[in-house]
Design a protein around this ligand. Structure first.
Ligand code: PMT
Length: 421
């Protein structure tokens, strides 16, 4: 969540004092706003270095950015004089945060591919600092599935994507794609640089993520569209909040998150075994995985052949999988149990019922019928339901949603320990 700078306690004058911000500017019309962004962040106390892509020069000059930042502007990976002064690896190490604003559609694609074909993309790969990306472009380009796919990849890789504003665009049309105000971008930088609140320090959190795969034969399986993004984002959020995190992951293509013990599994039975091995040792269990409710009763040892003369149907008998989360909720003593519900109709009513039926302390429901959130999306829009309340978290990136879910879990744990002490 991006807070207004005025709303951040103790940040009245120069909340970014001493913070080293590397600003990457790419070639989009919104680049003309970056001198104002640099000025705003310098007013707040930041030390800024600017790197421009080749196309950014069409929209803003290095001279103006140099004037407002008070530092030479880097544009070329192969500039010997600049490399001698501060090499690109040094620059990558120097930064407390890399803010890329505006990020054009082309730059998003290059970043998503992990390319290092100019100074800015190279710095992105070479830095250990958090990376904030503020896309800005024509609204049709922004909504194109290819751009949305690249954004999802970047979020999955751990970058924070600041969604563009909606409104009148330079092309004369209206829609999402405008670079957010300098104030909003500076607030996002500040939120990233503030030490995370260690709300779950000392707690052990077990998270399941991704789909399960249920074998039909050695080459075929039954599964679902879960990408693991939501579960991985929650595991990272719990880690940021100071927890010791174990992640049990179904088959996904996401990188293993740093600082988290990740156990890879395939089927629901594998996932159940891994969860049972760790559930008695955890304080919080979060079941984000889309576990298959059924599996083929007798998977074939060999690939099932399409036999000549066989009728046009092959009947597959399914048998019920164990309910992993209900098993955790039945443990005594038991951890605080958080489940998810992906619903396509009567989402809230079904989720309320599911929470009670499975013995969960908290359920997070996403209405996946709407198509733009939930399974394999970069964003989610969820409602949290617990004994004494319900809270809607409006559509936002899965990292931001996860931070808010973790805050709610920490608040409920704190009130639980108050009422039992
Ligand atoms: O992975 P992403 O692409 O980011 O998508 C995220 C998500 C949509 C998968 C996630 O947000 C989500 O909603 N996960 C739960 C999906 C689901 O399968 O819901 P369910 O109603 O079938 O299950 C309810 C709860 O019971 C879940 O916590 C599930 O982990 C658990 N369960 C279900 C079946 C089973 N056999 N064992 C279980 O533990």
């Amino acid at each position: 969540m991006i807070r207004s700078l005025d709303a951040v306690p103790g940040t009245v004058d120069r909340p970014l004092e001493g913070k080293k911000i590397l600003l990457g500017v790419s070639g989009g019309i919104a680049a003309y706003k970056t001198p104002e962004l640099v000025r705003r962040m310098r007013d707040l106390g930041a030390d800024i270095r600017v790197v421009m892509t080749a196309n950014a020069h069409h929209f803003v000059t290095p001279t103006s950015l140099q004037a407002v930042s008070g530092q030479p502007v880097r544009t070329d990976l192969w500039d010997h004089a600049a490399e001698a002064a501060m090499g690109h690896i040094e620059l990558a190490r120097w930064a407390d945060v890399l803010l890329i604003a505006p990020a054009s559609a082309d730059l998003l694609a290059r970043l998503a591919l992990g390319r290092a074909d100019d100074l800015l993309t190279t710095l992105r790969l070479a830095t250990r600092a958090p990376v904030l990306i503020a896309p800005a472009m024509n609204h049709v380009m922004w909504l194109h599935p290819a751009t949305q796919r690249n954004v999802a990849t970047l979020v999955g890789d751990g970058n924070t994507v600041i969604p563009p504003d909606s409104g009148a665009q330079a092309c004369g049309e209206t829609g999402p794609g405008r670079l957010p105000a300098a104030e909003t971008l500076a607030a996002a930088v500040l939120a990233t640089l503030q030490p995370p609140r260690q709300m779950l320090a000392g707690r052990r959190v077990l998270v399941t993520a991704g789909p399960t795969r249920e074998a039909i034969d050695p080459v075929r399986y039954v599964s679902n569209h879960s990408s693991g993004k939501q579960g991985y984002a929650l595991a990272r959020a719990a880690r940021r909040a100071g927890a010791n995190v174990t992640l049990v992951s179904g088959p996904v293509t996401l990188p293993e998150p740093a600082g988290i013990t990740t156990i890879k599994v395939t089927s629901a039975l594998d996932m159940q075994r891994a969860v049972q091995a760790h559930a008695t040792d955890c304080d919080v269990f979060i079941g984000v995985a889309a576990v298959a409710d059924y599996r083929p009763a007798t998977p074939a040892d060999q690939k099932i052949k399409k036999l000549p003369g066989r009728s046009g149907e092959l009947v597959l008998t399914l048998t019920e999988n164990p309910d992993i989360i209900a098993g955790v909720a039945a443990l005594r003593p038991r951890p605080f149990v958080v489940g998810f519900a992906a619903e396509t109709q009567s989402a809230l009513a079904n989720a309320r019922d599911k929470r009670l039926r499975k013995g969960m302390d908290l359920i997070v429901v996403n209405d996946v019928a709407r198509g733009d959130i939930g399974f394999n999306a970069a964003e989610n829009d969820v409602t949290l339901i617990w004994d004494a309340g319900e809270r809607h978290l409006p559509k936002s990136g899965k990292d931001a949603i996860s931070d808010q879910i973790i805050e709610q879990i920490a608040a409920l744990l704190a009130s639980e320990s108050r009422s039992t002490s």
